[in-house]
Write a protein that binds this ligand. Structure first.
Ligand code: ADE
Ligand code: ZN
Length: 340
């Protein structure tokens, strides 16, 4: 292991862009299929991985949603999140704000309670066992209707204490942020923090980024790297201290590149850029792997990685006291690593 790789793994980090359903590794998929009496088309881990030939967001989502069929009981959701949190803790994650897609489950007859009950149990257990903190962000699937989104938000209200924010994911094409303005306004009134995906190189990327900043007034943006094309929006995001959750390895699957140049340009311009893993079981890299991949591509040093980790806590939804404690942990880690 090089110094940089060791540094990236041990560095205290917050994960802010992680889809729990995107952490379904093929091995667990087989285990859950067997448990639930489901026959899978692919018979080996290699056969499953052979289906991962994505070239854009749509082709990824076509593999991603069908795989979720093995998730049925609260235990299944618990096992998925527990395995992720264990892995994340092993890569230096101290705090994870994790997306989940309830509509991908309720739309096929799985009760909302199974989903959130299982995920919540994993969070409580993982905190006790690995010291990692977890929060849940309910993600609305933007290719379903605004009515289904609102109904899902209503279904979530009894579990409000377990959900920190509302997000928006899935296929952006033809599904701009404005489609969900009323749902996000209601969520804000209920006390949820807001974030939305602005995926890479979408039709209307800039207009969608403008909508999330000016109209929806989100608290954070997921991806959003195309903002680099518009100086006015960069200045607006900077003035608001908006965090951007970039995902370099994911970018290299859904577009032709990691977008390292764009990410680093925004970092140097002072935006709160964090680095995250998105759907690590599908894209083959957890959080530290993403730090290393970006560092290697853009020739970043350990001071840059420490800045990105600081950004991850500053853009997180932790209380100021907890956030500052993690920032102090980073300072101590950097001092000890540099002294060694
Ligand atoms: N769902 C899971 N990963 C996603 C991504 N990167 N963009 C949009 N929707 C997603
Ligand atoms: Zn995502």
């Amino acid at each position: 292991m090089t110094d940089l790789v060791a540094f990236a793994h041990g560095l205290p980090k917050a994960e802010l862009h992680l889809h729990l359903e995107g952490t379904l590794e093929p091995e667990l998929k087989f285990e859950l299929a067997a448990r639930n009496g489901i026959e899978l088309t692919e018979k080996t881990v290699d056969e499953v991985r052979a289906t991962y030939n994505f070239h854009d967001l749509t082709s990824f989502l076509q593999v991603y949603y069908p795989a979720m069929g093995v998730l049925q009981t609260a235990d299944d959701f618990r096992d998925l999140a527990y395995a992720y949190l264990k892995k994340a803790a092993s890569q230096g994650t101290r705090h994870a704000e994790m997306f989940f897609d309830p509509q991908a489950h309720t739309s096929r007859g799985v009760p909302f309670a199974n989903v959130i009950g299982g995920y919540r149990r994993a969070i409580v257990e993982a905190r006790a066992e690995f010291g990692i903190e977890g929060e849940l962000i309910l993600c609305i699937l933007r290719d379903f209707s605004a009515e289904f989104a609102m109904a899902t938000l209503m279904e979530a209200l009894p579990y409000k204490d377990w959900i920190i924010g509302l997000g928006l994911d899935s296929d952006e094409r033809g599904n701009p942020p404005s489609k969900f303005a009323a749902v996000f306004a209601r969520a804000k009134a209920e006390g949820f923090l807001l974030t939305m995906h602005c995926d890479i190189d979408q039709e209307g990327s800039i207009e969608n980024i403008r909508q999330v900043i000016e109209d929806i007034q989100v608290d954070r943006i997921d991806h959003g790297t195309n903002i680099v094309e518009n100086d006015d929006l960069v200045e607006a995001a900077k003035a608001r201290g908006l965090g951007f959750t970039t995902c370099p390895i994911s970018n290299s699957f859904v577009t032709e590149q990691m977008k390292a140049e764009e990410i680093v340009s925004l970092l140097r311009r002072g935006l709160k850029i964090s680095v995250n893993s998105d759907d690590p079981a599908y894209f083959g890299g957890y959080i530290a792997d993403n730090y290393v991949a970006l560092a290697e591509q853009a020739e970043l040093d350990i001071a840059d990685l420490a800045q990105i980790a600081r950004n991850s806590f500053e853009a997180s939804w932790l209380t100021p006291g907890r956030r500052d404690a993690y920032l102090a942990e980073i300072d101590a880690y950097v001092a000890a690593f540099t002294a060694a």
